[in-house]
Design a protein around this ligand. Structure first.
Ligand SMILES: NC(=O)c1ccc[n+]([C@@H]2O[C@H](COP(=O)([O-])OP(=O)(O)OC[C@H]3O[C@@H](n4cnc5c(N)ncnc54)[C@H](OP(=O)(O)O)[C@@H]3O)[C@@H](O)[C@H]2O)c1
Length: 244
């Protein structure tokens, strides 16, 4: 999608992005801050989050808040505490981007080990469930909140060897559709973005032989996310978008 975001697109909007320390989440966080948003950066590696927060500070924009949380083993109580803390810090949440994901191992279905299956589902599915569930009151408090789920081309068409990741992305799209339908009579919207092949470490682990120069960088694929986070998409819900 080509979208020309106005420089004030996200002024005064508070946006939480998971997996904001690297790859697409990092690029999106910096771009959103540049367009006026107040960022909450969630991820598992503090040094990466801190580096993104420092890059945002260098833009002379509102300081970003960092939250270190490993979505693999986060407990329900940690999600409740997180939501309580954010409710103290902010009057509402205008945007929630479920971006953090794990690929797991690409292998035959019968070779998927239980531990990998569990970890991928924890980060890709269960974290999005619990985060959305406990942040819904803050999203409801916003004038027009946008929640973005991150899917993949294997999130609606299964592919051999991609078992765990593919099933997790089907669940992601399902969660988005259920929420969009349940809240269809509200101002909240829920959509999913498939970034398409993008130059990140996850892509490199899936396609180690690939010439990365042929891939778009995270910075080059952000238009769809920006469209969905800004008010131009206020009527759009329940849709899957391809960023490329
Ligand atoms: N790149 C592509 O070609 C492509 C294609 C289709 C879909 N996607 C989707 O796009 C999204 C972003 O992917 P990406 O390519 O930018 O991946 P990436 O570069 O690997 O970044 C993923 C981010 O998620 C964080 N993360 C992973 N596991 C976590 C956990 N347990 N707890 C907290 N944070 C965790 C990582 O933190 P650390 O850095 O600390 O590990 C990292 O910041 C994902 O949902 C992915 O499935 C990507």
């Amino acid at each position: 999608m080509d979208y020309n975001a106005p420089t004030n697109l996200l002024d005064n909007k508070t946006i939480l992005i998971t997996g904001a320390g690297d790859g697409i989440g990092k690029a999106l966080a910096i771009k959103c801050a540049d367009l006026g948003a107040n960022l909450v950066l969630l991820g598992r590696t503090y040094s990466k989050l801190d580096s993104v927060a420092q890059q945002i500070a260098q833009l002379n924009k509102q300081p970003a808040k960092t939250i270190q949380l490993d979505l693999n083993d986060a407990t329900e109580e940690q999600y409740v505490n997180l939501a309580n803390q954010l409710t103290k810090d902010y009057i509402n949440l205008d945007g929630l981007v479920h971006n953090a994901s794990q690929l797991g191992k690409l292998c035959k279905f019968t070779e998927i080990d239980n531990q990998t299956w569990h970890e991928v589902m924890q980060t890709n599915v269960n974290a999005a469930f619990l985060l959305t569930k406990y942040l819904l009151p803050l999203l409801q408090a916003a004038p027009s909140a946008s929640t973005i789920f991150t899917t993949s081309s294997v999130g609606h068409k299964g592919r051999a060897l991609w078992g765990t990741y593919s099933v997790s992305k089907f669940a992601t799209e399902g969660m988005m559709q259920v929420l969009a339908d349940e809240y269809s009579d509200t101002v909240m919207r829920f959509n999913a973005v498939n970034p398409g092949g993008t130059r990140t470490s996850m892509r490199a682990s899936a396609y180690p032989e690939e010439d990365v120069k042929r891939l778009k960088t995270p910075e080059e694929i952000l238009d769809t996310y920006l469209y969905l986070l800004g008010d131009d998409s206020s009527e759009v819900t329940g849709q899957r978008f391809n960023a490329q």
